[in-house]
Design a protein around this ligand. Structure first.
Ligand code: FUB
Length: 315
């Protein structure tokens, strides 16, 4: 079929969001924050030269959008080794929240050998795009603080939830899901670390609330799907509701972020779907890319399974 030139011009002027969202950089472990009518999207940054060995992640990236279609890159907001106690190359999953004008960045790194294993740090800034600085000069969570599972990467993937009354909780974990209350200063634990009872948990907790329902979504099994559970309280009990998102293309891991923005709900995740560009190594399990699709609720508050698309969010 032949198109007239005016039709082609009209067609090419439409900005179409596509999945994966960014094709000039590998992005993983999305964590989105809605602040002042802007969506800030924080991602890990996959820099492994191939998909054969392991993750190589040195810093975290920030992007922003006012329409979920057009995205502005703000570059790195922090390096893993800006935590002086952390090893190079393990800038894993993170979560950003804002409280009283300060942005708190909770994130995963590998601790130096004086406290071996993965750890969670917290950094702060007065701007959502940083720069961020270690807020306490030490890890908030170290491997020796939890003994529920033998693996030394069981304290990863922080996810913060702030209740309407300001009470703040950090969810985290690998193999065993855990949560702990934070003090009002957001920089200290307030009480014991508790274990959550949900099936098939692997990692990547994310907690959100809609109406009076709390939702705990998480990466389940391996290769990872995203499963979810619901509760009427942040403390549970959590009722398992099933699979929310199937295994994502070409990636054994998945990691989700769920937000509502301007009345629409979004499911943000990663895949390994970038094809080889200019003869370089393609996307894959250590070279991942963030994608976004709509999220829909059923009448009873349960979630419809996500349909992963290559079209992404339409204008
Ligand atoms: O990106 C490194 C790790 O892979 C994250 O911490 C996990 O959630 C998984 O996505």
């Amino acid at each position: 079929m032949k198109y007239s030139i005016p039709f082609m011009l009209l067609f090419s002027s439409i900005t179409m969001a596509k999945n994966p969202l960014f094709t000039d950089v590998f992005t993983a472990d999305p964590a989105a924050l809605v602040h002042d009518d802007v969506v800030y999207l924080y991602t890990g940054h996959d820099e492994a030269p191939n998909n054969n060995v392991f993750f190589e992640m040195h810093d975290w990236l920030a992007f922003s959008s006012t329409d979920m279609v057009n995205w502005q890159s703000h570059g790195p907001i922090m390096r893993g080794t800006d935590f002086k106690w952390a090893k190079e190359g393990f800038a894993w999953a993170s979560h950003m929240v804002e409280k009283d004008g300060t942005f708190y960045f909770y994130t995963t790194v590998r601790h130096k050998d004086d406290k071996p294993g993965f750890a969670i740090g917290v950094a702060t800034s007065k701007s959502p795009t940083g720069p961020f600085k270690d807020a306490i000069g030490k890890a908030l969570i170290t491997d020796d603080m939890t003994t529920h599972s033998p693996n030394d990467w069981d304290d990863i993937d922080p996810a913060i939830f702030i209740e309407e009354n300001g009470d703040t909780y950090m969810f985290f974990g690998n193999l065993v899901p855990k949560y702990v209350k934070l003090k009002d200063n957001m920089l200290e634990l307030d009480g014991e670390i508790k274990v959550i009872d949900v099936p098939n948990y692997t990692e990547a907790s994310w907690v959100h609330k809609k109406g009076d329902n709390y939702y705990l979504s998480y990466a389940c099994e391996f290769p990872e799907k995203i499963c979810y559970a619901m509760s009427k309280s942040i403390h549970g009990p959590w009722t398992y509701k099933g699979i929310l998102n199937e295994i994502a293309g070409n990636s054994e891991t998945n990691h989700q972020s769920i937000i509502e923005f301007k009345g629409e709900d979004y499911f943000i995740y990663h895949t390994g779907a970038i094809p080889p560009i200019d003869g370089k190594q393609s996307g894959g399990r250590f070279r991942r890319s963030v994608a976004i699709d709509p999220l829909f609720y059923n009448q009873d508050g349960s979630l419809k399974r996500v349909i992963m698309t290559t079209e992404g969010i339409q204008p």
